[in-house]
Design a protein around this ligand. Structure first.
Ligand code: TRP
Length: 331
């Protein structure tokens, strides 16, 4: 039986947080042996907001190295840089002609980013979900593991696949978002009602994968909690619940086990334990990433191999699409 296809990507903009790791990359690792996986560094998406060119280039490599450091095996998956495979832009153009301005302007992320980058509401920002649909549909991905904030974008990819298939005949697999529990929703340490974000202005709100041990422990010490002193998860205790979720995800253990472990303990001890657990879990990843980044030739080789694998699959799909829509492709 053919393996199911999985597609996912992260943008090389900003530093990744533990939320990105738990919600995305860590789960990708678990899926790689069972599925046919395509994992990209979405640099084409990244330029929908202003990027410093040298920094974008550096972050692209850092992110690729991080994938591998987290356990993505480039032999098993296609690990590549989005702009290395030109079919993403080509399919995006075709999908643009069946995507409506109305639906794109209603997307939550577009509205948020338009507010945040009011001086730069460019066409790419609005087209972002269509490019993402192209990413997914090029590989016939049935399943797209993402954080909860990307669910709406995967739904647009579904809508576009169905719309295209209705208009031109069965062409695309219809993808499903896979919102992974336990880590898909890690909140800000400073405002636990908000998602932990890589672009939060408050540096204490997010724990980055690149943070050193002292920084991690300090951020958890300063995490906003409540004036009660019970360490248990509940809706009216969003700060403690978030810390418990983070602790359980990294330890790993169940909520009940963690609640039992910290019964009768104070918030100070608990926060320190969370910080230490996270720092311990990140140390080997940081070490492995550093080692990979010291050998750029090896990394470039890996990414070239990944792009070749992706290119083969993408070319097949695009050729089919061009045939369906009536693009002359020679004899
Ligand atoms: N938009 C995603 C994010 O910011 C990254 C992304 C780009 C992606 N293309 C994708 C995710 C395709 C899943 C599938 O997190």
């Amino acid at each position: 039986m053919e393996k199911k296809v999985i597609y996912s990507a992260v943008q090389p903009s900003g530093n990744l947080t533990i939320g990105n790791y738990l919600g995305a990359i860590r789960n990708w690792v678990k899926m790689q042996s069972e599925y046919d996986c395509f994992y990209a560094v979405a640099n084409m998406h990244a330029i929908t907001v202003k990027q410093e060119p040298a920094e974008l280039r550096r972050r692209t490599l850092e992110l690729a190295a991080l994938y591998i450091a987290c356990g993505i095996d480039p032999e098993q998956c296609a690990l590549y840089v989005q702009s290395h495979v030109p079919q993403h832009a080509e399919l995006c153009w075709v999908l643009n002609t069946i995507a409506y301005v109305g639906e794109m302007s209603r997307m939550t992320q577009f509205k948020d980013k338009s507010q945040k980058h009011a001086e730069n509401i460019n066409m790419g920002l609005m087209d972002y979900p269509v490019l993402m649909a192209a990413d997914i549909l090029l590989y016939g991905a049935q399943c797209v593991p993402v954080g909860a904030d990307q669910k709406q974008h995967v739904e647009i990819a579904r809508d576009l696949a169905i719309r295209f298939n209705n208009r031109y005949g069965e062409t695309f697999a219809v993808p499903e978002p896979l919102i992974l529990k336990g880590g898909a929703k890690i909140s800000s340490l400073q405002d636990p009602t908000k998602k932990m974000s890589k672009s939060d202005e408050n540096p204490n709100a997010s724990v980055f994968l690149a943070d050193d041990r002292d920084t991690i422990i300090r951020k958890f010490k300063r995490a906003v909690t409540d004036s009660d002193n019970a360490i248990r998860a509940s809706d009216d205790k969003p700060g403690i619940t978030n810390l418990l979720n983070i602790y359980c995800a990294f330890r790993p253990c169940t909520l009940e086990e963690a609640e039992r472990e910290f019964e009768g303990k104070g918030y100070g001890d608990f926060k320190l334990a969370v910080g230490e657990t996270v720092a311990d879990a990140l140390a080997p990843i940081q070490e492995a990433q550093k080692k990979l980044l010291s050998d750029k030739t090896y990394l470039a080789e890996i990414l070239k191999g990944g792009a070749e694998k992706a290119y083969k699959a993408a070319r097949r799909t695009l050729s089919k699409v061009y045939r369906k829509i009536g693009f002359y492709q020679g004899e």
